[in-house]
Design a protein around this ligand. Structure first.
Ligand code: KG4
Ligand code: ZN
Length: 366
C-alpha cells in the first residue's frame, strides 16, 4: 500500500468542518443514494426525506448460472453505474450542483461489487466537493421504514426488525436510527437463499423467491410436510430444510419423473409454509420476551405475500403494530441508502475519502 508522508501529497481535500457548519443552515437537502452490494445497480435521489427517483437495474447475466457470479456482478455494475445515476438525476429533475451529499453502501456485500459503488461515490464527492457517506446495507433495509410518503406511520423506538434477504436473515432490536442490537441471525443459509436454492431444485428460474410466492398462492401448504427449524434462542437455520426437500424430491422423482411438474404449486406452498413458520415463530418469541410490540419487516423476502399475511395474523393476535415497507423498498434499492445517508447528514456524520468497502460488517457498526 502507498505510504503518504504528509497531507501535502494529497491534492484532493474536502473541508468537512466547513461542510458540517454549512449543513446546519440548509433548508433543502438532496442526497444521491447508490447501492451496488450484490446484483442490483441502483441510484436514488432523496429530498428532505422524500424520494424523487428510485432506479434499479437488475443483472440478467446471472440467470443462466442459477445464482450471482461475483466477477460478472462487478463488471455489470461498472457498465450500469453511470447510466443508472444519470437516469435517477434526470427523473428527479436534479443536476449535480444541486446535490448535498452522496451516500453509498459500504457493506456488507460482495467485495468487487461494493468497490464499484464506493469508488464512484468518492469520485463524485471529489468532483462536486460534497461529502461521501458510507451506509450499512442491513441498517438501510431497516431505515427504509423512515422514507416519507409511505402509507404507514414511522415506527417508534425501540422496535424489532426482521430483515430477510438473499444474503442475510437477522432479528434486530432497533433502539435508535443507528443503535441496533443483533438478537439473532441465520447460522447457515439466508431465508432468500433457501427460497432460491429450493426453487432451483424445483426447476424454477433465478431468483426463485418470487416464483415460489406466486405458485404457493395456488397450492395447499399441508400437502407435504417439511421441517420447521426451531433452534434455541433467536438464531435461524434453513440448510436442513433445503436438504430435506432435496432428498424428498430425489425419492419422489425416482418413482414418478413428472412428480415436480404434477405437484409444483403444492410443493411451493409447503416449502413456503416451513420457511414462514420458522421466521414468524422467532419474531413472536422475541416480541413476547422483550415486551416490544412494534415489529418491522424488511429485505427482499419481506415482499413475500405469505410472510406479510402471516406476520399480520400474529400482530393482530397479540395487538402488536406491524410495519411493512412498500414493495419498491423491499428488494435492494438505493432509496433506502439515501434515507440512511440523509439521517447521517442531519447528524453531521460524514466519511472521508479513505472510505473503503467491507464485505463483512456487523450491524452494530454504523
Ligand atoms: O434484499 P434483497 O433484494 O437482496 C439482498 O440483500 O440479498 O433480497 C433478495 C432475495 C432473493 O433471495 C429473492 O429470491 C428474495 O429476496 N425475494 C423473495 C420475494 N421477492 C424477492 N422471496 C420470497 N418471496 C418474494 N416475493
Ligand atoms: Zn439487501
Amino acid at each position: 500500500m502507498a505510504d503518504f508522508p504528509s497531507d501535502d501529497f494529497c491534492i484532493f481535500t474536502i473541508d468537512y468542518r466547513l461542510m458540517q457548519e454549512q449543513s446546519k443552515n440548509k433548508k433543502v437537502i438532496r442526497i444521491l443514494g447508490i447501492e451496488s452490494s450484490c446484483d442490483e445497480t441502483a441510484a436514488s435521489i432523496l429530498e428532505n426525506g422524500k424520494i424523487l427517483s428510485n432506479i434499479v437495474a437488475g443483472q440478467e447475466v446471472h440467470k443462466e448460472y442459477g445464482g450471482v457470479v461475483p466477477e460478472l456482478a462487478s463488471r455489470a455494475h461498472q457498465q450500469n453505474i453511470v447510466p443508472v445515476v444519470s437516469v435517477a438525476m434526470r427523473k428527479a429533475g436534479v443536476e449535480p450542483k444541486d446535490l448535498d451529499a452522496v451516500a453509498v453502501t459500504r457493506g456488507p456485500g460482495l467485495a468487487g461489487s461494493l468497490h464499484v459503488g464506493v469508488s464512484f461515490a468518492k469520485s463524485l464527492s471529489m468532483a462536486l466537493g460534497i461529502p461521501v457517506i458510507g451506509v450499512h446495507h442491513m441498517q438501510a433495509h431497516i431505515l427504509a421504514h423512515f422514507i416519507a410518503g409511505q402509507e404507514q406511520s414511522f415506527p417508534g423506538f425501540p422496535f424489532l426488525a426482521l430483515t430477510v434477504s438473499g444474503g442475510h436473515t437477522q432479528l434486530v432490536k432497533v433502539n435508535d436510527y443507528f443503535a441496533m442490537e443483533l438478537l439473532g441471525e441465520t447460522r447457515d443459509d439466508a431465508a432468500g437463499e433457501a427460497y432460491d436454492k429450493i426453487a432451483q431444485l424445483l426447476g424454477l428460474p433465478y431468483p426463485g423467491g418470487p416464483h415460489i410466492d406466486r405458485l404457493a398462492a395456488e397450492g395447499n401448504h399441508t400437502a407435504f410436510s417439511f421441517p420447521v427449524s426451531r433452534l434455541e434462542g433467536y438464531d435461524f437455520s434453513f440448510s436442513g430444510l433445503k436438504t430435506s426437500v432435496l432428498f424428498f424430491l430425489r425419492k419422489k422423482v425416482a418413482e414418478n419423473p413428472d412428480f415436480i411438474h404434477d405437484n409444483l404449486a403444492d410443493l411451493a406452498a409447503s416449502v413456503q409454509y416451513a420457511i414462514i413458520r420458522t421466521l414468524v415463530e422467532k419474531v413472536e418469541k422475541a416480541a413476547l420476551e422483550t415486551g416490544i410490540g412494534r415489529i418491522a419487516i424488511g429485505g427482499g423476502v419481506s415482499a413475500n405475500r405469505g410472510l406479510r399475511s402471516a406476520m399480520q395474523a400474529i400482530a393482530r393476535k397479540h395487538g402488536w403494530h406491524l410495519y411493512i415497507p412498500e414493495f419498491q423498498y423491499t428488494t435492494d434499492n438505493a432509496a433506502m441508502i439515501a434515507i440512511a445517508g440523509y439521517m447521517k447528514y442531519l447528524r453531521g456524520v460524514f466519511d472521508g475519502l479513505d472510505l473503503v468497502p467491507a464485505a463483512r460488517l456487523p450491524i452494530t457498526n454504523s
